[in-house]
Design a protein around this ligand. Structure first.
Ligand SMILES: Nc1ncnc2c1ncn2[C@@H]1O[C@H](COP(=O)(O)OP(=O)(O)OP(=O)(O)O)[C@@H](O)[C@H]1O
Length: 346
């Protein structure tokens, strides 16, 4: 387990203090895939670098499996670092070494015998599906292949924790997905805890179980990914979620509606069970056609077998019938908001 207790981190320049992390409290369970999301400069990299002692906290405690990192001597820090692998956006491969030599490096540092090293490297090359690139140099690899080499290198010492700092930010969406799937496999098959820094909610959505959102050195929200997608508490979280699931009617459709004097526009928010039932047709059938529901736009995603999404509709009918239908749908766990004159859903 990785725990942060009231952690603060400042950098000093000309005796001037800049507070980078403020009162950070986190508990990451073993075998979790934990996402840290925030905009540039929020302090994500500094936070993740505290876990493997690349940075030291200014105050507060960081505990790995209950042991305070501050109490570790140099030897213990070295041992602990061997059990924490790290991968970066910039790959950090040695250009003058082959793929096999790059992967072998941590084993060499850990004084593993050559025969054993070769065996481990072959196994890792197999695992990351790069057998045929064993003797290639980094310059001969694509971005996705380079990141696979980095992953193999990070796994060489059989780490318990893998830190990923924007590991997919330089990759195209398809390669990103393949790398994320590989990380998921590492987590499931090798029981490695993964802590992942990103500025992309699609990455968090794809593999994380738990997450935190950072803004200006502070945690503004943390918890289960599905819960946070369903009930984002902070504006910055909502902005991140909007990048993967848009909670407003696209302007073009809205303008088209308004030009045609269609104003009875509602946003239906479907969560969990409400998605699995035919609630809309139930509402229409129940009222024997007294109302009509015209779907304008729909936007659904699935996260860990939960479907979350928005549907924008125009409802026509007598005010009382519309009110009844809305009440019926609300009882079926559909969250409903109406578009007001200012363009807000209330
Ligand atoms: N060694 C350092 N000395 C001084 N300031 C630093 C140092 N490292 C980071 N900072 C500052 O700390 C702040 C947070 O940086 P950090 O890299 O942790 O943010 P981030 O959320 O990872 O951003 P990005 O997504 O752009 O990498 C920034 O303002 C940065 O300039």
């Amino acid at each position: 387990m990785i725990e942060f207790k009231h952690v603060n981190k400042s950098f000093y320049h000309n005796k001037q203090e800049t507070k980078i992390l403020k009162n950070i409290n986190i508990a990451i369970e073993d075998n979790d895939i934990f996402g840290i999301i925030g905009y540039s400069g929020a302090g994500k990299s500094t936070l993740i670098r505290l876990i493997n002692a690349l940075e030291k906290p200014t105050s507060g405690k960081i505990l790995i499996d209950g042991h305070d990192l501050a109490n570790f001597n140099t030897h213990e820090i070295r041992q602990m670092k061997q059990k924490i692998g790290m991968i970066f956006q910039g790959f950090n491969l040695l250009e003058s070494k082959t793929v096999a030599e790059n992967i072998s490096l941590p084993l060499l540092l850990a004084k593993v015998a050559k025969k054993e090293r070769d065996k481990i490297v072959d196994k890792l090359l197999n695992f990351v599906d790069l057998k045929e690139k064993k003797f290639a140099y980094p310059s001969e690899l694509s971005g996705g292949q380079k990141q696979r080499v980095c992953i193999a290198r990070a796994l060489a010492n059989q780490p318990k924790i893998l830190l990923c700092d924007e590991a997919t930010s330089a990759l195209d969406p398809q390669t990103t997905r393949a790398i994320l799937d590989l990380l998921k496999r590492i987590n499931q098959e090798q029981k490695v805890t993964i802590v992942l820094v990103t500025h992309e909610m699609s990455v968090v959505k794809h593999i994380c179980n738990n997450m935190l959102v950072m803004e200006k050195g502070q945690i503004v929200e943390q918890g289960n990914v599905v819960d946070i997608f369903q009930n984002p508490a902070s504006p910055v979280t909502r902005k991140f979620i909007n990048a993967v699931i848009y909670d407003k009617l696209p302007t073009q459709i809205l303008n088209n509606m308004l030009e045609n004097d269609i104003t009875n526009i509602y946003r239906f928010e479907f969560l969990g069970s409400s998605c699995r039932h035919s609630v809309l047709s139930d509402a229409i059938l129940r009222d024997c056609g007294k109302i009509s529901i015209n779907i304008l736009f729909s936007n659904m995603i699935d996260i860990k077998e939960n479907v979350i999404g928005y549907m924008f509709v125009n409802i026509e009918g007598k005010p009382k019938d519309i009110k009844d239908a809305i009440e019926f749908l609300r009882n079926k766990q559909v969250r409903i908001a109406k578009l007001d004159k200012d363009g807000n859903y209330v």
